[in-house]
Design a protein around this ligand. Structure first.
Ligand code: NAP
Length: 246
């Protein structure tokens, strides 16, 4: 029977990996999406949508669908599914790997303020600016809701979920973005501080270039650690190597 690879997706890399594997004869490739966005982009191979129902549900799915290899290519901040995947793989004996794109690195001209959480970012903000460009996603805006004196420009793919700060302007957009457009956006909205997760990758890094050009401070939320003992690779080539395809 063809080997069945399950990709936990929701990222550019997951889509790239699905395209690379689904094109190979003799492979069955399924990408799993959480179902958070209403119009996900096209994905090669089979697609399933929605939560599995925790560790047990994922382990059941791995068994029922005879999965031979599990690739966790979720976003670096999708902590719960990454923990569940590590546990379900261990429980079922399915070989697994985590595909994590590298984090961003500050250059000498960057004014970065690394923090460990959105709450810590919120604590820092009043000392850094009044008009905030917030790109940490549409959930968890509650961490900033008490900052009633600050003006927030929130950019997300879908409408953000309340509670959120009272002075919030929402921009709906999906990357990739260019440095020129990001610089124009920061200027147009008179932004004086940027908040981002350390998502890594090229699709959303232009805002960092723009902030550097305008000498703006950037509050960068550090990534949560990977579960202990997992094997991690940095790119699609690393997964291909792990699958012994090259
Ligand atoms: P999360 O907090 O780690 O996961 C919450 C629950 O959502 C999981 O326990 C699981 O439900 C379900 N889930 C998450 N990813 C799934 C997947 N690929 N397939 C099936 N179920 C999934 O995740 P999140 O931070 O909300 O992110 C959700 C999705 O959006 C992820 O796939 C991630 O790659 C993508 N994403 C996240 C971010 C971010 O900043 N967090 C940014 C861009 C894209 P069950 O326990 O019921 O299985």
């Amino acid at each position: 029977m063809s080997p069945h690879v399950l990709i936990l997706g929701g990222t550019t890399e997951a889509r790239e990996l699905a395209a690379a594997l689904a094109g190979r004869p003799g492979f069955r490739v399924t990408t799993s999406l959480a179902g958070r966005v209403s119009r996900p982009g096209a994905v090669a191979g089979e697609v399933r949508i929605g939560g599995f129902g925790g560790v047990e549900g994922l382990a059941d799915w791995l068994r029922a669908e005879h999965v031979d290899a599990l690739v966790d290519a979720t976003h670096p901040f999708a902590r719960a599914i990454t923990a569940n995947a590590a546990q379900a793989a261990a429980a079922t004996g399915v070989p697994s790997v985590v595909l994590r794109r590298p984090g961003w690195r500050p250059g000498p001209q960057d004014r970065w303020y690394p923090v460990d959480s959105l709450a810590e970012a919120a604590d820092l903000l009043p000392s850094l600016g009044r008009r905030v460009f917030l790109t940490t996603g549409r959930v968890e805006l509650a961490a900033f809701a008490h900052l009633t004196d600050l003006h927030f420009v929130v950019r997300s793919v879908e409408l953000p979920e309340p509670p959120m700060p009272p002075r919030t302007e929402v921009l709906l957009a999906r990357g990739p973005f260019t440095p020129a457009d990001e610089t124009a956006l920061l200027q147009e909205h008179c932004i004086d501080v940027l908040v981002t997760k350390d998502s890594g990758g090229a699709a959303t890094s232009a805002k960092l270039t723009a902030a550097r050009e305008l000498a703006l401070p950037v509050v960068v939320v550090r990534r949560p650690p990977l579960p202990e003992g997992v094997t991690a690779v940095f790119d699609v080539a690393g997964v291909r190597e792990w699958l012994a395809l090259d």
